[in-house]
Design a protein. Structure first.
Length: 288
């Protein structure tokens, strides 16, 4: 039995879809959800739906009965995330789960990153996992290509890309490719106690992304690289809450600092094929 947490979120759903495509029967997949009403689509696919909350250890212990492989998708609740993850891991250990796969992050240096509020939970969870007796696999994911429309803004084709990433690059990767890699690890032996860099082979700057959009749409798209403070002020003026603007700016600064330009990629090996190229991904969104 494979259980996927965060199963109504984008990544959780994509992992379950990948498992089903690989021929795993729905009855052998469990989806951990907080709200059963949001899981109707999963039930229609024959997936077991189990109710649980990262903050409720007792409920998690009940939900994890009979599970062999656990896909732990990191919590989106920013309050005390490490305790939440420990609750899941401890419940898994108490139930005799054999293998935990965790979605971490691929970044150069956890100590100097511009986004510690994003990265710290991953290093803390990884360290906790490594101290347990349970087999683990860390999927160190880069930034989702799916985030690009948010980073670039709704008017990117009309007014250009406005994002504080300077000349930094990121190996943006489609969420579906990350999900398929997770499904491979969950359904094949030999991945225990290993870490994988889940990222495209090639990193791209926003200048290059603007050139891709120009080629895709036939409209000239330019990249504007403001400073982080100017970016935040512009978004706040447009009605975006300051905390949200600062959160997005942090990713821009991290990209500008070349934090995502790591040297290793295990994605193609896991998939057995080349991942979706960024231009092809963007064509699927903007080439309509």
């Amino acid at each position: 039995m494979i259980l996927v947490t965060g199963a109504t979120g984008h990544l959780g759903k994509a992992i379950i879809d990948s498992l089903l495509k690989k021929g795993i029967a729905g009855r052998n997949i469990a989806a951990l959800v907080r709200n059963e009403n949001k899981a109707a689509g999963l039930k229609e696919k024959g997936v077991q739906v189990r109710i649980g909350d990262y903050t409720d250890h007792g409920g998690l212990k009940a939900a994890l009965i009979g599970v062999d492989h656990l896909m732990l998708v990191s919590s989106s609740d920013m309050s005390d995330r490490l305790t939440q993850h420990k609750n899941v891991i401890n419940a898994a250990i108490e139930n005799g789960v054999k293998h935990i796969v965790y979605t971490s992050i691929d970044i150069k240096d956890f100590a100097t990153t511009a986004i510690p509020y994003v990265t710290q939970i991953h290093i803390d969870t990884a360290n906790y996992l490594k101290k347990t007796s349970i087999a683990y696999t860390l999927l160190n994911n880069t930034l989702y290509a799916d985030l690009l429309p948010m980073f670039m803004g709704a008017q990117a084709l009309e007014t250009g890309i406005y994002f504080p990433a300077g000349d930094g690059k990121s190996p943006f990767t489609a969420r579906t490719d990350m999900a398929e890699a997770a499904a491979v690890v969950l359904t094949n032996p030999g991945h225990e106690n290993k870490e994988y860099a889940i990222r495209a082979e090639t990193a791209h700057s926003f200048t290059e992304i603007a050139e891709m959009l120009t080629a895709i749409t036939g409209k000239e798209v330019k990249y504007h690289a403001p400073g982080a403070d100017d970016y935040i002020a512009t978004l706040v003026k447009a009605g975006v809450p300051k905390d949200n603007a600062a959160f997005a700016a942090g990713f821009g600064v991290a990209i500008g600092n070349h934090e995502f330009e790591t040297s290793q990629s295990d994605l193609q090996t896991l998939l057995g094929r080349a991942p979706v190229a960024l231009k092809e991904f963007l064509k699927g969104i903007y080439g309509k």
